[in-house]
Design a binder for this molecule. Structure first.
Ligand SMILES: Cc1ncc(COP(=O)(O)O)c(C=O)c1O
Length: 364
């Protein structure tokens, strides 16, 4: 049996420290916006060489509050990828704005940076690149389009904590970086959590007010805000795990290298890593024909896999008819051919080799 994701090996690596730090929070009686949230925000900002980090309740909230704090509102357009999790699009809709989808690149499965400029209209206010599966988008191209058209860039880094583009971590390029601490993520918490990173003091202040009921000072409410705070117990655990993040990501990279080598020669496409990218493999996603049959055959051999994502966002019911006439050929093809293989820190070489052997049996 090889699971898609197993949290136990990484937990075992940090268990003593996490138990000590979370127990100290429980004993302290201070659970909301205490010293651990503040320290984690500072440590996560420092990791990105940025001045500000704002802990929030989830990655979805990070995207929503970052868009609001960047001034995105009704009637605005936000350019993004349709090959992603729904959260980014939900965040755009929450603001009353409209997602405008561009196609993806077949090699990186990230939005095709070269097509963004053609999608800019007079209503475009922001670009939301998604660093999918732990691989950075080409942030040089994205930031230069944004500068030419005076657009905000809100990076969806939910699957890519620690990924780098030209040695700079994702989340440090745009006006805001948005992270998720859902347990399967590169920096996985013990529940839900999220973070916004920014170099912009005004955006930082705005996001802080929004996450805490529109309040700067207790019982003084300046705007309609939200209850979206990272809690102390999560923050204490995340501080420990942040110190081990490079190890966890290296472990994912080691498994990816075993897969790359072991799958070479099979009729499938392994994930490309464009020049200048340091990938952290939030997922290891291959592309192949007869994906559903292969998935079933793997399942019969006790190997889990997942389809991220079977229905592109422009084809989701929630988007209504508005996108019915739009065609994104690469997105549509990749969503029919993508298959994510088991990937998690502490996964053993034997487990990776079991997956490889099964694919050789199935595909040859
Ligand atoms: C690309 C992407 N964006 C945003 C999110 C939302 O994060 P959360 O589940 O913490 O709200 C996820 C989570 O799965 C994601 O994969």
């Amino acid at each position: 049996m090889v699971p898609l994701f197993d949290p136990k090996p990484q937990h075992a690596q940090v268990a003593d420290e996490v138990h000590a730090q979370t127990r100290a929070v429980l004993d302290s009686g201070q659970f909301i916006l205490g010293p651990n949230v503040q320290a984690f925000e500072e440590e996560a900002a420092r990791f990105h060489d940025l001045s500000h980090g704002i802990g929030v309740a989830s990655g979805t909230d990070a995207l929503h509050l970052a868009l609001l704090a960047a001034g995105i509102g009704p009637g605005d357009e936000v350019i993004t990828s349709a090959f992603s999790f729904i959260a980014g699009v939900e965040a755009i809709f929450y603001c009353g704005a409209k997602p405008v989808f561009v196609d993806i690149r077949e090699d990186s499965m990230n939005l095709d940076e070269s097509t963004i400029e053609a999608a800019v209209t007079e209503r475009t206010r922001a670009i939301m690149p998604v660093h999918l599966f732990g691989l950075a988008c080409d942030m040089d191209q994205i930031m230069s389009v944004a500068q030419r058209h005076d657009l905000k860039v809100i990076e969806d880094c939910a699957q890519a904590f620690g990924a780098r583009f030209k040695d700079k971590p994702v989340g440090a390029f745009g006006h805001a970086g948005c992270f998720s601490f859902f347990p399967t993520k590169n920096l996985g918490g013990y529940g839900d959590g999220g973070l916004i990173t920014t170099a912009d003091a005004v955006l930082d202040e705005q996001a802080r007010v929004l996450r805490n009921h529109g309040s700067r000072e207790r019982y003084h409410h300046h705007c309609v805000g939200f209850n979206s705070r990272l809690d102390e117990v999560q923050a204490a655990a995340l501080r420990v795990k942040l110190r081990h993040l490079e190890d966890f990501n290296q472990s994912r990279r080691d498994i990816a290298a075993i897969y790359d080598q072991g799958l070479d020669g099979l009729p499938l496409q392994t994930p490309a890593v464009p020049e200048g990218c340091y990938a952290v493999y939030g997922q290891y996603t291959v592309q192949l024909d007869q994906r559903d049959k292969v998935r079933e055959a793997l399942q019969e051999k006790g190997i889990a896999s997942a389809i991220y994502y079977p229905i592109p966002l422009h084809r989701q019911a929630v988007c209504g008819d508005e996108y019915a006439s739009i065609s994104l050929p690469v997105t549509e093809r990749v969503s029919e051919r993508c298959l994510s293989l088991p990937m998690f820190p502490g996964m053993s070489k034997d487990q990776a080799e079991e997956v490889i052997a099964a694919l050789w049996t199935i595909l040859t």
